[in-house]
Design a protein around this ligand. Structure first.
Ligand code: GDP
Ligand code: MG
Length: 362
């Protein structure tokens, strides 16, 4: 009965008002209690929903505000991803902060002048497809824009195609950076031709894919690239509600000898604060300290902002979701439930039936 379920929720420290929406983990908890099978939504469908901004609930809709875009750089090996990231970081971050970057946290913020004002954008610091692929496989979507780097003296290569496929599958807008235009053998026109033959028609030729010709090594036209990013971001109307408890995605995590478990989060909705209790994959804990991308302690982090967190019970995985919950007991219970689900997933994956049933756990 409804009363019974409400009673169960009360016993878990949740005070339901009868008309609210339960999150995924709570639904699983209730279903486990009543031995009801849970069939998880298809990640592709979830992605489609996220694309339509259905990650927000009613409470958010009235409070949505602009948030900075989150950008991933992909492309074939040696086409210049690291050089581009390094150039952007040096020219845009180190210059604005006296000490420069002390340690990488997996993502960083840069400020781009737009109409005379500085606007933030956030770069994921793990170029390559693994990070993107691993996150997508877990149903996480953190990237708003994909920059695909193609060397002007080499053209489309296998990992270029992979990158295009990843971005398309995730429904993420693509910007092409035609790199190494300073080189003798550079032929940007040929690259544009190759790209149009795989369905990416350059804006300059009447298509809808922005392509910027750059030299990451010399820093040529990087400002154009950043400007293009901000234009594409503007069209996407990226929004979030900073005025609620945070949820988001783990970008990277590891173990530090002195500080213990360190994880970098990107907040997708809400604001994460020091002292918040979070559950994060199979880990949980109270946020003891937050550090920004320059290693400075901060008290909070709003939407799109990467922040390093200490205080977790274990090392989460890249692509794990995190969320703030009301108490350490709820956090522990949710973390345990997720661990159990994952164990079961592995068992059923081995058994080959591929289906997760909560009833078989009871
Ligand atoms: P990644 O594998 O995509 O990260 O490629 P890297 O950034 O490591 O670059 C591979 C090589 O290309 C390095 O030797 C870079 O110095 C060189 N490179 C990158 N960008 C440029 C460029 O714009 N012009 C030239 N001439 N060389 C570049
Ligand atoms: Mg590299």
């Amino acid at each position: 009965s409804e009363g019974e379920i409400l009673g169960y929720l009360y016993s878990k420290g949740i005070k339901p008002d009868g008309v609210q929406t339960l999150d995924k983990d709570m639904v699983k908890m209730v279903c486990r209690e009543y031995e009801v099978e849970v069939i998880e939504a298809d990640p592709v469908k979830v992605e489609e929903m996220a694309k339509k901004k259905e990650i927000f609930d009613k409470e958010d809709l009235a409070k949505l505000q602009y948030r900075p875009p989150v950008i991933t750089i992909m492309g074939h090996v040696d086409h210049g991803k690291t050089t581009l990231l390094d150039y952007i970081r040096k020219s845009r971050v180190a210059a604005s902060e006296a000490g420069g970057i002390t340690q990488g946290i997996g993502a960083y913020q840069v400020l781009v002048p737009v109409d005379g004002k500085s606007q933030a954008c956030v770069f994921l610091d793990t170029p390559g497809h693994e990070a993107f692929g691993a996150m997508r496989a877990r149903g996480a979507r953190v990237t708003d824009i994909a920059i695909i780097v193609v060397a002007a003296d080499d053209g489309i290569r296998p990992q270029t195609n992979e990158a295009i496929a990843h971005a398309k599958a995730a429904g993420v807008p693509i910007i092409i950076a035609i790199n190494k235009i300073d080189k003798d053998g550079a032929n940007p026109e040929r690259v544009m031709q190759e790209l149009s033959s795989v369905g990416l028609m350059p804006e300059d030729w009447g298509g809808d894919i922005p392509m910027v010709q750059i030299s990451a090594l010399k820093g040529k036209n990087i400002d154009d690239l950043l400007e293009t990013i901000m234009l594409v971001a503007e069209l996407q109307e990226l929004k979030a509600n900073p005025d609620r408890d945070a949820k988001g995605i783990v970008i990277e995590a590891g173990l530090d000898k002195k500080k213990g478990v360190m994880a970098t989060f990107i907040v997708q909705n809400g604001t994460l604060r020091k002292g918040d209790v979070v559950v994060c994959g199979e880990a949980f804990g109270k946020v003891r300290a937050l550090f920004d991308d320059s290693g400075k302690q901060v008290n909070d982090a709003g939407p799109s902002i990467p922040v390093q967190v200490i205080g977790l019970s274990g090392v989460p995985l890249a692509g794990d979701e995190f969320e703030v919950v009301g108490s350490i007991d709820i956090a522990r219970e949710k973390a345990e439930l997720r661990a159990e689900l994952l164990r079961n997933e592995r068992i059923s994956a081995k058994a080959g039936d591929g289906k997760i049933t909560l009833s078989s756990l009871a």
